[in-house]
Design a binder for this molecule. Structure first.
Ligand SMILES: *Cc1c(COP(=O)(O)O)cnc(C)c1O
Length: 146
């Protein structure tokens, strides 16, 4: 299995998802992408050939800091059945109320992600121009203008 995270936490390195999927296919490996940072609003790794997508629903997806959870998105019935078997066997399915809280958060995900990105860009640009800052990491390495 190739397990990747893009952008990576905490340095925000970007991984070429199609390249990862190609390498995995050539070597009969499954791929899984931790998509917690971009959320499905900014990135849907399945569209680039990734087999499984993992989300912490604790953060952006829920958005209200009142639940801990996760989600696994799969591409095929076969993978979905395997994931369901493991979740059922381990007893780690989300409780109904937690699921409701996460669904509530999903409804405002696009609005929140758009604003998060706008605010983060303002901060990144401010830091780029700051004389005491030598490097800024925002989606990729941004050399300081200072
Ligand atoms: C926080 C985080 C997780 C773990 O999420 P929890 O719901 O807090 O366990 C996984 N992946 C990434 C990229 C994260 O930032």
């Amino acid at each position: 299995m190739l397990w990747i995270e893009t952008p990576s936490n905490p340095l925000l390195n970007i991984t070429d998802l199609e390249m990862v999927a190609d390498v995995a296919n050539e070597n009969q490996l499954l791929t899984i992408a931790d998509n917690t940072f971009p959320s499905p609003y900014f990135l849907r790794p399945i569209e680039y050939g990734i087999d499984l997508v993992l989300h912490s629903t604790t953060k952006y997806i829920n958005g209200h800091s009142d639940v801990i959870g996760g989600a696994i998105v799969t591409t095929t019935e076969e993978l979905a059945d395997k994931v369901h078997f493991l979740l059922n066997g381990m007893g780690i399915n989300a409780a109904p109320f937690d699921s409701w809280l996460i669904l509530r958060g999903l409804k405002t995900l696009p609005l929140r992600m758009k604003k998060h990105a706008e605010n983060a860009m303002i901060i990144a640009e401010f830091l780029c121009d700051h004389p005491k800052v030598s490097e800024v990491f925002y989606g990729s390495h941004i050399p300081s203008r200072a």
